[in-house]
Design a binder for this molecule. Structure first.
Ligand code: GDP
Ligand code: PGA
Ligand code: MN
Length: 616
């Protein structure tokens, strides 16, 4: 046994659980908590205040029951390993439902169940499921506590691991409850019905994949999640609230909830442009958000500021520009592949006070994953077995870290700005081994919406199922849009109003491969070269050539100083392959037609216009 023990003692007292269900000044919230307690029959109810003492007590309790294993305090102070159930390691899209009253409103992009049937199914699972356990009530705020763009929720869960993660990922506890109470009381005073906060109910249940469902009720601002303790299935503030429910809410309230990172690029004159980028899960959001400029750029004084790495809420400001906040307060990032070379900022972020899930361990209890490349060797795999390379990787490919955003060396103080940051460019991108060039720019907003709607990407380990299969993933929202994609595209198109100073729209592909199967673009820090070109386009300074698919740079339009690219790389990264794009546009046309008459005509017209250009 390793001598490593964490500073926190397992003797620390448990949080004194109150059995009271009336923990707030808001009758509607107390009534819902009472109703859930009656259904799930917990031994105790604990209202989370988000304090350090509460967290210390929960962590001690999890250490005592083996849910959290202490990591080496010399190398990873305040950090923990959690091993999930081996059948519960990723989001489960086939078990995720959007339950609108009318099936068409959920759209072909979602699994649908009628709300009454879904509630009955879920309530049967939840009945008595918390017997003998503590039920935690977690008030949280997505976005800065004082921002008009923020929205609140309350998650009820029987998992202390979820509480500890929500504390890192959201503004959780007393300040959030105060906002929920204020908004609720104001609404009641106006005599309006309905809730001002999202109601999320979660239980790990039996962790049986056969009894696992993630149900969304956008019309009721409600979520019910049963049978998984993992990430996006269980931390309900993240994908369930901030994307699925929020996207529905945003459509009705005139804003946007998107699967995008937000990054600030400061040039040597001190001017900062904010870029929002939508890439599917495990396609480079966290990396781009924390990019380290190449050496030459650093010498010139370029800086990169991380506002968010996964989710972006935007709305038009008085000047017609889109202003964005990151609704989250932490990162739930993919560990494998994170190294001092690929993402030094991420590595520095997670050097303390981090919860690791499903990584391997070295003999002296340091976290380990494939691609860490720090000279250490794994002794134990993510299941807790002695590491054997013949039995698979040491870390699960979807192993994660959870950490407060403020620990990131490139963290932007603008992440706390209640008004958000103005967005200069929106970037779409995916994993495309062939056809799609390094970067191109959409001609205008409508074309940009088509570029987003037509996004394709090869699947990754972030969701259960086959990896490396190309699928359409519009705006990286396929798993996350809480309503019919046809209506979602209409909503996007609707922002093109008179006087709007909307961001320019681009598409990137960091993952183009050569004939040898290797990536042609160095990626990571060098992606700043592409961002610099985009900002140049925004300012009307950078060059490009016009092609049917949009404005394409030629290699000399980018600063490629110090980048070695083969002739094959130049041809493929900056080339336009007409025949391949003809086939791609035929497939995009079929995809849009799959949504029937609900698909906005303007988008279909744009597709046809480009298909005609491609045919010439
Ligand atoms: P996220 O889930 O979208 O936040 O994706 P991550 O930033 O965590 O990256 C997912 C995987 O893609 C990791 O294995 C990264 O190392 C890899 N990756 C990220 N950016 C690049 C890039 O520019 N080029 C290449 N080749 N791989 C990248
Ligand atoms: P991601 O989200 O897969 O998009 O990174 C985390 C999760 O949903 O588990
Ligand atoms: Mn990420």
């Amino acid at each position: 046994r390793s001598p490593a023990v964490n500073a926190l003692s397992s003797e620390a007292s448990k949080p004194a659980p109150s059995t009271s269900v009336a923990g707030s000044r808001l009758a509607a919230l107390n009534a819902w908590v009472a109703e859930v307690a009656a259904l799930t029959a917990p031994a105790a109810v604990h209202w989370c205040d988000g304090s350090d003492a509460e967290n210390a007590a929960l962590v001690a309790q999890m250490q005592a029951d083996g849910t959290l294993l202490p990591l080496n305090p010399a190398t990873n102070p305040g950090s923990w390993l959690h091993r999930s159930d081996p059948d519960d390691v990723a989001r489960v899209e086939h078990l995720t439902f959007v339950c609108t009253s009318r099936e068409e409103d959920a759209g072909p992009n979602n699994h649908w169940m009628a709300p009454a049937a879904a509630h009955a199914k879920m309530d049967a699972l939840f009945k008595g499921c918390m017997r003998g356990r503590t039920m935690y009530v977690i008030p949280y705020c997505m976005g800065p506590i004082d921002s008009p763009l923020s929205r609140c929720g309350v998650e009820i869960t029987d998992s202390p691991y979820v509480v500890a993660n929500m504390r890192l990922m959201t503004r959780m506890g007393a300040p959030a409850l105060a906002r929920i109470e204020r908004e609720g009381l104001e609404r009641a005073a106006r005599g309006e019905g309905g809730d001002t906060f999202v109601k999320g109910l979660h239980s790990i249940g039996e962790l049986d994949p056969g009894r696992r469902f993630i149900m969304h009720f956008p019309e009721e601002l409600a979520i019910k999640s049963y049978g998984s303790g993992y990430g996006g299935n269980a931390l309900l503030g993240k994908k369930c609230h901030a994307l699925r429910i929020a996207s529905y809410q945003a459509r009705h309230e005139g804003w946007m909830a998107e699967h995008m990172l937000i990054v600030g690029i400061e040039n040597p004159s001190g001017e900062t442009h904010y870029v929002a980028a939508a890439f599917p899960s495990a396609c480079g959001k966290t990396n781009l958000a924390m990019l380290i400029p190449p050496e030459g750029y650093q010498r010139e004084g370029w800086k990169v500021w991380t506002v968010g790495d996964d989710i972006c809420w935007m709305r038009p400001g008085a000047d017609g520009r889109l202003y964005a906040i990151n609704p989250e307060a932490g990162y739930f990032g993919v560990a494998p592949g994170t190294s001092a070379k690929s993402n030094p900022n991420a590595l520095a972020t997670i050097d303390a006070n981090t919860i690791f899930t499903n990584v391997g361990l070295t003999a002296d209890n340091q976290p380990w994953w494939e691609g860490l490349d720090n000279g250490e060797r794994p002794a134990t795999d993510w299941r807790g077995n002695p590491y054997d390379p013949d039995k698979g990787p040491a870390a699960h490919p979807n192993a994660r870290f959870t950490v407060s955003a403020k620990q990131c060396p490139s963290w932007s103080p603008m992440a706390e700005d209640p008004q958000g940051v103005p967005i200069s460019a929106i970037v779409f991108g995916g994993r495309r081994a062939s056809l799609v060039p390094l970067v191109f720019q959409a001609r205008d907003w409508t074309h940009g919406v088509l570029v987003g709607a037509a996004m394709g990407s090869e699947t990754t380990a972030a969701a259960t199922g086959a990896v490396g299969v190309m699928r359409r993933d519009p705006m990286a929202m396929k798993p996350f849009c809480g309503y019919n994609f046809a209506d979602y595209f209409s909503h996007w198109l609707s922002f093109d109003g008179a006087g709007a100073a909307l961001p320019k729209v681009f598409h990137v592909n960091w993952f183009r491969k050569g004939d040898d199967g290797k990536f042609l673009w160095p990626g990571f820090g060098d992606n700043l070269r592409v961002l610099e070109w985009m900002i140049g386009r925004v300012k009307g300074e950078a060059g490009a050539v016009e092609t049917p698919i949009g404005h394409l740079p030629i290699p000399t339009d980018l600063n490629l100083e110090g980048v070695e690219l083969s002739d094959e790389a130049r041809a493929k990264l900056f080339g336009f392959e007409r025949a391949g794009w003809q086939a791609e546009f035929a497939s995009i046309g079929e995809y849009l037609d799959g949504y029937g008459p609900r698909m906005p005509q303007a988008l279909k017209d744009e597709q046809s216009r480009i298909a005609v250009l491609l045919a010439d």
